[in-house]
Design a protein around this ligand. Structure first.
Ligand code: ADP
Length: 500
């Protein structure tokens, strides 16, 4: 399943960064320990080996970081013009471009995604920075007509809201952090980032690079630590104006509750159980690998993974055979192996969770047709590997079809008619992604219109461009990611009436 000889050796810069062993908080441009002195271990999920220790920040550290962010927001940063912030983002683009191999290696070591995937994310990350650079000079208000007596001029501004709390998940922070960083820098806000305890390193490294290219201290602060301490303190902090959060629906609910303290507006991308609907007329040469990788990519650790694969009855058998055959060809191995298509899961906790769902699927009566095991062979022993798994004969009301597993587990659910596919597709509390595979354009559009989700793909899965964006509905959250509407979380509208 893997080849020892294709292991990537770390570049000097990545080796130097990873060998620090201790990683502090970044507050007001300074690398500092947690006030309590506490640390937490961070582990390479490909091997189970400890990479180093992160500062375990808590409420005291969050408060220090928020004060730094507030001071920066009210200080020199507020006088940067849109062009200056744009130039900073352009320099960030070039710095990320130049250092991408180092960043990809850090990310792979930290969270296990195969180096093929983290390297390939370069284009997406750079596009995102370009998008946000373009937004710097696009934020504008309006002059507005009015019916007031006299000579009154009316207008609106879109003003930066202040301090943003950004709570980042572990499934791809090298990319994911830019939804927050890019928007904050584009609008003139400042941020306190709380990366996930399992994958903080690329966030720390990017913040370091930003300071190297002239980001003023305090504009971007990073508080590493646990969600229940650092994350919770950030989400309930009364001087944090907005929270941008990507993660589980349960944690999202807690953040909504905490937001009441100062009426924080939120941007939330939460869980999913996205339907992927395959009609009998679909091009299976595309649909089989497309639907499979729509679930297995990043070892299933993607919120919009198309985990419920609805297959029209006449092709169920053929689809199952072909998807199982495809799945057996997927190479699972250590992240730094250049041949790996899938790496390990993020943690032992996640591995246990995924294995328990696989066990549950069998007990619920689904038919395991491939995968379903922890992989321990050769040099996989210490890591958190699970073989990509396909269940056939799944019913939409089984727990494996209702609950987010966040692992490489694909469920095949048969259907007969278009209306049934739409009804089953919508029978979920989530509404994040979805796809349809068919050669019939009107059938495709009926599904696109019928499925209640924030993003739909036709004859493809998982494409994202920041100009287009995506988002969630129902329990998958609210607030656009990407597109002009993305900036709404970072701005407020101020209307002005001028007499005379
Ligand atoms: P998972 O359970 O898969 O780790 P989470 O949604 O809990 O997913 O994690 C996403 C991010 O949210 C992480 O950075 C995590 O530390 C943070 N987090 C977890 N719990 C809380 C909380 N109660 N308040 C704020 N942030 C939290």
């Amino acid at each position: 399943m893997h080849h020892q000889d294709s292991s990537v050796s770390l570049c000097d810069a990545a080796r130097e960064f990873l060998s620090r062993g201790r990683f502090g908080l970044l507050i007001n441009g300074q690398d500092v320990p947690a006030a309590s002195g506490a640390t937490l271990e961070t582990v390479d999920p490909s091997t189970g080996a400890v990479i180093g220790h992160l500062a375990a920040g808590d409420g005291v550290d969050v408060d220090r970081a928020v004060k730094a962010a507030r001071a920066a927001f009210q200080g020199g940063w507020s006088r940067w013009t849109a062009y200056e912030r744009q130039a900073l983002l352009q320099r960030a683009h070039d710095a990320i471009d130049r250092n991408f191999e180092e960043l990809a290696q850090i990310e792979t070591t930290d969270m296990g995604a195969p180096i093929s995937r983290t390297r390939a994310s370069k284009a997406a990350v750079l596009r995102m920075i370009q998008f946000f650079a373009s937004q710097c000079t696009a934020v504008a208000g309006e002059t507005l007509p009015n019916g007031l007596p006299g000579d009154v001029t009316t207008m609106s501004f879109n003003a930066p809201v202040g301090v943003i709390g950004g709570i980042i998940p572990w499934n791809g922070p090298l990319n994911g952090q830019w939804w927050i960083l890019g928007a904050a820098l584009a609008t003139g806000c400042t941020v306190v980032l709380k990366p996930a305890e399992d994958a903080s390193l690329s966030v720390l490294r990017v913040a370091g690079l930003l300071h190297e290219i002239g980001l003023p201290p305090g504009v971007v602060n990073v508080v590493t630590g646990y969600g229940s301490t650092a994350g919770a303190a950030l989400s309930r902090h009364p001087d944090v104006d907005r929270i941008a959060f990507t993660g589980s629906t349960d944690t999202g609910r807690r953040i909504i509750e905490a937001s009441a303290v100062n009426i924080k507006k939120l941007q939330l991308e939460l869980g999913g159980k996205s339907p992927d609907i395959i009609f009998a007329d679909a091009d299976l040469d595309k649909a089989v690998p497309g639907a499979a990788m729509g679930v297995f990519a990043n070892s299933g650790q993607i919120c919009f993974a198309g985990t419920r694969v609805f297959v029209q009855r006449p092709i169920v058998e053929e689809f199952c055979q072909r998807v199982a055959a495809f799945t057996r060809t997927v190479r699972v191995g250590p992240g730094l192996n250049a041949d790996s298509q899938l790496g390990p899961l993020i943690s032992g906790r996640q591995l246990d969770r995924v294995l328990s769902y696989i066990d549950l699927g069998g007990r619920e009566g689904a038919k395991l047709i491939c995968g379903g095991e922890r992989m321990r062979g050769d040099n996989l022993a210490g890591g958190y590997y699970v073989s990509p798994t396909v269940f056939a004969d799944v019913a939409n009301d089984m727990r494996i079809a209702r609950e987010e597993i966040f692992g490489p587990v694909l469920s095949v659910i048969p259907f007969d008619t278009l209306d049934e596919a739409i009804a089953l597709g919508n029978q979920t509390e989530y509404g994040l992604g979805g796809a349809v595979w068919t050669r019939d354009i009107s059938q495709a559009f009926k599904v696109v219109k019928g499925i209640q989700s924030g993003v739909m793909w036709v004859n493809c899965y998982g494409l994202i461009d920041p100009l287009v964006g995506f988002g969630g509905t129902k329990h998958s959250g609210y607030g656009a990611k990407g597109g002009r509407a993305h900036l709404d979380t970072y701005l407020y509208r101020k209307t002005v009436y001028i007499d005379g």
